[in-house]
Write a protein of this length. Structure first.
Length: 579
């Protein structure tokens, strides 16, 4: 039995078999696999055989009646080959003995057969040669297509160095029931972690040297807050213990879900405003929160729309997508649309960014929009047009300097003028706010407060820039901690500046969906929180179980803490959500 520790992106307890995806293999050795991949390669082969058989059977059924039966015999011959135990066994043995991927094994074993057939001078064997070529090509197509390969993940826990957000979206779209993810890559606030949470996939991140361990048989994945780890080769006792923990979790989730559509009011009657963070029009969870029970959308991450597109989306396309995403929200609900926040870990397949040594300190967010004003203007036009239909607010990402607000607003004014000239209606009083992600905004909070309508604290980036610790890092992952008192003090400075000038302030980073962090934010006086939909029931359950006045008293103690451990210990005591 071996325990490997990491950080949780989404809580859960899962017991099951793994699929190990060793995507660190160098290109030249791409056909080679480690011993622990033998089983998954064999399973891949099984899946490919099954898939080839069912597609041929489908073809046969579809053609029956249209084509004479004897002409369909060719399909039967191929089906026989796909079920031929000798051919299949040969491929399996090849995988095992030579440690090769399934597709390489199919290719090499087929070539061996073709070589043998060639030596026999008979028309029957010429036909056999063509059949086996055809069948093996069909198998290779399946094995080499990502989509089909995803099927292997059904019901499995994926063990990988890293997985990209778009791949996770694809897996979701294909309705693959991925039970969990264990990855080497760190970063609980990375975009893949945010997505895993939205898709409710228990995910453990930042596991060191992931491929140095024996991933055989069933494993236990525990991504609950008290003990985020994975257990390899668990014994019976451990399996029993975790089965009980799973049942307890399920009971707790049921209780929490009962709060999904209830108001977010503390025991002593203080109303907290909850909003959703959304990225695209896909529905990510099955027990969706009723949209009328939240205040609106606190963060629409528009970059996901750009990332899923194959070119910069036109004004009309954006308008269409925004309408689609927001169709369940009423005209009264507040909708904050963040302008394109691209760069660093968010890239576009159709646009080559400058290569930079430190992309996180480079051309990101609003900086990209200034460099690409045409693209910015198209987005502003679409957002303004939508403001005629919904209660839309505009938010600029990665603001660093005061004059950036002026510059963005003057481009916005130009776009407004254009629309006026074209007689296109929009909300003349549209509110404009900024993300607080860069420490310079904290240090100049009062000046910024006078220029904007609202602040939205992007605690994910604010943490990384205050602490100079990469939010994706495996090496300094422990330093990246939003509970660092420096981050809390930064949030307090923004809150005070906002209060002084009568401006609104919310938090839309991952802190807003984390129960302990919510206790801290409430104590600082933040009453507007925006989070992924899957966090809403839990945060509502928390809010409904606390006394606001008690938290206010906590503020001074919290802000006096010298390190994140002290902060977390203090907060833990206050978490009274359902257990
Ligand atoms: C943040 O930085 O906290 C934030 C909400 O923006 P993103 O996670 O998209 O960078
Ligand atoms: Mg950010």
């Amino acid at each position: 039995m071996e325990h490997l520790f990491g950080k949780s992106a989404y809580e859960g307890v899962v017991i099951g078999s793994v699929y190990v995806e060793n995507n660190t293999t160098e290109k030249d050795d791409a056909d080679d696999i480690p011993v622990y991949d033998i089983q998954s390669e064999k399973e891949k082969l099984d899946m490919a055989l099954e898939s080839a058989i069912s597609s041929l059977e489908g073809l046969k059924t579809g053609l029956t009646g249209e084509i004479e039966k004897k002409d369909l015999d060719i399909i039967d011959a191929h089906l026989l080959l796909l079920k031929d135990p000798v051919y299949i066994k040969d491929i399996e043995v090849y995988i095992e003995k030579n440690l090769k991927r399934a597709d390489k094994a199919v290719k090499d074993v087929t070539e061996k057969y073709l070589g043998l057939f060639k030596k026999i001078d008979s028309p029957i064997y010429r036909q056999r040669e063509l059949d086996i070529k055809d069948v093996s090509n069909r198998l290779l197509d399946i094995l080499r297509s990502d989509e089909e390969n995803h099927k292997i993940l059904d019901g499995k826990i994926l063990v990988t160095r890293e997985i990209y957000p778009t791949e996770l979206l694809k897996i979701y779209k294909e309705k693959i029931a991925l039970k969990g993810i264990v990855m080497e890559y760190g970063g609980e606030t990375s975009h893949v972690a945010i997505l895993a949470k939205a898709l409710k996939i228990p995910t453990l991140m930042g596991v060191d040297n992931i491929f140095a361990h024996q991933w055989n048989g069933d494993i236990i994945l525990d991504t609950t807050e008290d003990n985020s780890c994975v257990i390899l080769n668990p014994d019976e006792n451990e399996i029993e213990k975790y089965t009980k923990k799973q049942e307890k979790m399920a009971r707790r989730i049921r209780k929490i879900n009962e709060c999904a559509n209830l108001p977010a009011i503390t025991k002593d009657g203080v109303e907290i405003n909850l909003y959703l963070n959304i990225g695209d029009s896909e529905r990510h969870s099955d027990d969706d929160v009723d949209k009328s029970t939240v205040e609106g959308v606190g963060l629409l991450r528009t970059e996901l729309i750009y990332m899923k597109s194959s070119e910069f989306p036109s004004e009309e396309k954006q308008l269409y997508i925004y309408r689609e995403i927001l169709k369940d929200f009423s005209r009264d609900q507040s909708i904050v649309i963040r302008t394109l926040d691209i760069g660093a870990d968010k890239q576009l397949s159709y646009f080559k960014m400058h290569s930079e040594t430190n992309p996180f300190l480079g051309l990101r967010g609003i900086r990209f929009s200034f460099e690409n004003e045409d693209i910015f203007k198209i987005q502003l036009r679409a957002i303004l047009r939508l403001s005629n239909e919904k209660n839309i607010k505009i938010m600029y990402p990665m603001i660093t300097n005061l004059d950036e607000v002026d510059r963005a607003n003057s481009i916005l004014d130009e776009v407004k003028d254009e629309l006026r000239r074209e007689n296109i209606p929009f909300n003349e009083n549209i509110e404009v706010g900024i993300m607080v992600e860069v420490p310079s905004v904290v240090l100049m909070a009062e000046e910024f407060a006078q220029k904007i309508d609202f602040f939205s604290i992007g605690s994910n980036d604010l943490t990384q820039y205050i602490l100079a610790a990469d939010r994706l890092s495996e090496t300094v992952g422990d330093m990246y901690d939003s509970f660092n008192p420096a981050v809390l003090r930064g949030i307090k400075i923004i809150k005070d500046a906002a209060d002084k000038y009568g401006k609104k302030v919310s938090v839309c980073g991952e802190m807003a969906g984390d129960p302990r962090a919510v206790v801290a934010l409430l104590s600082i006086g933040i009453k507007d929180l925006s989070m992924v939909e899957t966090s809403i029931p839990m945060i509502k359950a928390l809010i409904r179980n606390i006394n606001y006045q008690e938290l206010v008293l906590l503020k001074n103690e919290l802000l006096k803490c010298g390190n994140p451990v002290k902060v977390k210990n203090l907060l833990k005591e206050k978490i009274m959500y359902l257990d």
